[in-house]
Design a protein around this ligand. Structure first.
Ligand SMILES: Cc1cc2nc3c(=O)[nH]c(=O)nc-3n(C[C@H](O)[C@H](O)[C@H](O)COP(=O)(O)OP(=O)(O)OC[C@H]3O[C@@H](n4cnc5c(N)ncnc54)[C@H](O)[C@@H]3O)c2cc1C
Length: 419
């Protein structure tokens, strides 16, 4: 017999978990969260950076992505529909800044809420993010970024060499300075997903883990539920697709249309616990480095077009470690605790895919969060809750609708851009 729910959420990574948590807070809906725990789940692989400005201006994994690979490879890796200039930052459109910054603003209160109401601490830390400048090319790159975001100047600070050394004493003497983003912080991504999930569970959401959605039930143009391999049939009023890199399969079953979500592999190295070497998060033209609240140092991340492969590979790990030691020479003494790889749910324009699909009822997308799904999970949960309840949204999601692909809109052409 079919299990009856108001909402079924397919995918229990950080996005599905955030949707489950926000929807469960009202207490008016019967909700099921179904997750298959597939290898490569991005939320378990993430660095936990809340780099709202850094990621919007193409730093984070973007530096490696756009400066160290050829233009052809870059386009293929992301499936991007446009050519980009490798010497200038890859700055995302205004709609993404608004989305990322709105989500970032939610974290201090969300952290308090999940601790006080659910006893879950995702270790939110106010760290800032520094782009370390080694040479003239880095300097020009940083200047270009700063010039594109004058409206965020209160969140941007230039550090000369002496100021950088005072702020981060362990950084290499070869660093000439840094561009710092003051509102870009970090958290523990494992704990964030756990916190949303546990909060949702305490609010009454039913969890179905190690369960695969294998098909979608429909009546005419309405989605009415899902089939699963391990837990039978589910009926629902609304299906939320939070399937990460596997979201296209769910979308096809639900709507007979495709969404261009594809896996973009990222590898990470994690050290054993170290004494405090970093006060803030660091990004360079080679890698990013973040010391987590427990002392472990995380070095990321590659950006690779390898399908669903989640192997860890020597040349890529070596490249990350060399880049990290160049920045923080003390790291040559670290013991590596483990390395891993995960699959970012990439889209051609690097924007998420949110909301309804034309002509289909009872179905909402919450996918395609690429390299910022930890950061943007907070606002995504809020948006999906409001979409389900047909309430006014805190920001315009038109740029994130799946229909932008069927309309073959050229990337960002019809919306304001900072680039
Ligand atoms: C190396 C790396 C570093 C990153 N660093 C950062 C960072 O610093 N900051 C940041 O904001 N973001 C970062 N990201 C990106 C972020 O991790 C992702 O955007 C985010 O985790 C996506 O979450 P998700 O829930 O959409 O996908 P996932 O976490 O992949 O979850 C999707 C889930 O759906 C399940 N699923 C799919 N299909 C089905 C089905 N048919 N039935 C049942 N279950 C199904 C899968 O098993 C999976 O568990 C990073 C990613 C990687 C890989």
């Amino acid at each position: 017999m079919s299990k009856q729910y108001d909402i079924v959420i397919a995918g229990g990574g950080v996005i599905g978990a955030s949707c489950a948590y926000q929807l469960s807070k009202r207490g008016n809906l019967k909700i099921a969260l179904i997750d298959a725990k597939r290898p490569g789940n991005a939320s378990r692989a993430s660095a936990g950076g809340l780099w709202a400005i850094g990621e919007s201006v193409g730093l984070g994994c973007g530096v490696i992505f756009f400066r160290m690979t050829s233009a052809k490879n870059r386009r293929e890796a992301a499936g991007a529909a446009v050519s980009v200039d490798a010497t200038t930052p890859h700055i995302l459109p205004k709609s993404f800044f608004d989305f990322a910054l709105a989500s970032n603003d939610l974290y201090p209160a969300l952290s308090q809420e999940l601790i006080s109401k659910h006893g879950m601490d995702f270790k939110f830390e106010e760290t800032g993010l520094k782009f370390v400048i080694y040479d003239e090319e880095d300097q020009l790159y940083a200047e270009h970024i700063a010039a594109q975001i004058p409206h965020l100047s209160s969140q941007v600070r230039w550090l000369d060499q002496a100021q950088l050394r005072e702020s981060e004493p362990y950084i290499s003497h070869s660093a000439q300075g840094a561009l710092e983003f003051l509102c870009d912080h970090q958290l523990n991504p494992f704990r964030l997903t756990d916190a949303y999930t546990e909060g949702a569970r305490q609010n009454g959401v039913d969890m179905y883990f190690n369960v695969n959605v294998t098909g979608v039930k429909r009546q005419g143009s309405r989605v009415t539920g899902v089939h699963t391999a391990e837990a039978g049939e589910f009926s629902c009023q609304t299906l939320i697709n939070a399937g990460g890199s596997w979201a296209n399969e769910l979308c096809q079953w639900a709507t007979d249309t495709s969404i261009p979500v594809s896996p973009v592999k990222g590898q990470i190295v994690l050290s054993e616990k170290m004494p405090k070497l970093l006060r803030g998060c660091i990004t360079t033209s080679d890698c990013y480095i973040a010391q987590k609240d427990n002392g472990e140092i995380l070095i990321g991340s590659t950006t690779e077009d390898k399908g669903y492969d989640v192997s860890t590979t020597y040349p890529e790990i070596q490249g990350l470690v060399q880049g990290a030691i160049r920045c923080l020479p003390e790291l040559k003494n670290i013991n590596i605790k483990r390395c891993w790889a995960g699959l970012r749910p990439g889209t051609p324009d690097e924007l998420p895919i949110l909301g309804p699909v034309d002509g289909v009822e009872g179905y909402l997308n919450a996918c395609g969060h690429f390299r910022t799904g930890i950061l943007t999970s907070a606002i995504t949960g809020v948006l999906l809750d409001k979409l389900v309840h047909h309430e006014t949204l805190p920001l315009d999601i038109t740029p994130f609708l799946a229909s932008r692909f069927s309309q073959q809109v050229v990337r960002h052409a019809d919306e304001p851009s900072y680039a």
